[in-house]
Design a protein around this ligand. Structure first.
Ligand code: AMP
Length: 302
């Protein structure tokens, strides 16, 4: 599968500590999480200041970095903080840097990708990438308030070409201009996506697909250190699993929601990508089964 998104230096402050200029970015979290399920081809841009050790980390996860362009200038930087309510980040600074003049060039061998994930970047770039791919079978996409507020018209054009949109609860309401979540979901699905995954932080995720609704809780963790990248690692588990099974029917979409929830739950246990660096696939399977126990209950006795 192919992913395009940001590769970044993040500076993050949470009530439990802070991290300065650490590895981050939507495509970084996504591809690392997805790499537990499938082969990932990465398209992104970094500046001259991006160290080789980070690229080596991506390669160690068998992520193909042929499409990771290095351009003159500084790497994208994002600075954010979280209060005790870890559900929403407050952006303190966004420096697009090399993203400002980024012209994504899709390597020839990526052009036949069946599954494409447009991680959170400028919706114009998301479309630019999509148009270089021959007939993908599944296009999934993420975005954020930065683009909903800054480039809504472009985002709406991109959504017309997307099958699955993964988005935060507050952002669905903002994009639809509608406070009721179910109505907002319908409004956003009318823009293009046949499946909408609403990420609700510590309250889990809701999936709207056709006329079906599916709800998954978040894993009840005792230690949450840094929610940065939760959404992208969720998307990595979700789309990575779908690429692995090559079947986008309801049953697989529901399993994918649980794999997404599992990957997000691991990611928030430490800063940057630190938890995923030491993660083993067996731990993913065992947490998937804990999710099954967490949500299963008996029918009413007669
Ligand atoms: P999330 O999964 O929603 O927590 O995404 C966090 C990641 O998004 C961080 O690692 C940031 O580097 C990245 N990010 C933040 N703002 C932007 C933006 N405007 N464009 C692209 N990536 C961003």
């Amino acid at each position: 599968m192919l992913v395009v998104g940001s590769v970044a230096f993040d500076s993050v402050k949470t009530p439990f500590g802070e991290a300065d200029e650490v590895l981050g970015g939507s495509a970084t979290y996504f591809s690392t999480a997805a790499s537990y399920f499938t082969d990932v081809n990465l398209v992104a841009v970094v500046g001259e200041d991006f160290p080789e050790k980070h690229i080596n980390f991506l390669k160690s996860r068998r992520i193909d970095t042929t499409g990771l362009q290095r351009e003159a200038g500084r790497t994208f930087r994002w600075k954010g903080e979280y209060g005790y309510d870890l559900n929403s980040a407050r952006t303190l600074d966004t420096q697009l840097n090399v993203f400002e003049s980024f012209k994504p060039e899709i390597p020839e061998k990526y052009k036949t990708s069946d599954v494409v994930f447009l991680a959170n970047i400028d919706p114009v770039l998301q479309r630019d990438v999509l148009h270089q791919i021959d007939k993908p079978k599944l296009v999934a996409c993420d975005t954020m308030n930065f683009w909903i507020e800054g480039k809504k018209d472009e985002l709406v054009k991109t959504l017309a070409e997307v099958d699955v949109l993964l988005i935060n609860e507050g952002e669905v309401r903002e994009l639809a201009g509608e406070p009721n979540l179910v109505k907002a979901a319908k409004t956003v699905m009318a823009m293009g996506p046949s499946t909408l995954v609403v990420k609700r932080g510590e309250y889990g995720a809701l999936m709207f697909s056709g006329d079906e609704v599916f709800s998954a809780p978040a894993y009840p963790l005792e230690s949450v250190f840094d929610p940065t990248g939760a959404g992208d690692s969720f998307a990595g588990g979700f789309v990575g699993y779908l690429d692995n099974v090559r079947n986008f029917d309801g049953k697989y979409l529901r399993q994918a929601i649980i794999f997404g929830s599992v990957m997000a739950s691991f990611n928030v246990e430490d800063f940057s990508l630190n938890r995923m660096r030491s993660l083993d696939y067996k731990e993913i399977e065992s947490r998937y089964r804990e999710f099954m126990r967490l949500t299963s209950f008996e029918d009413i006795a007669r």
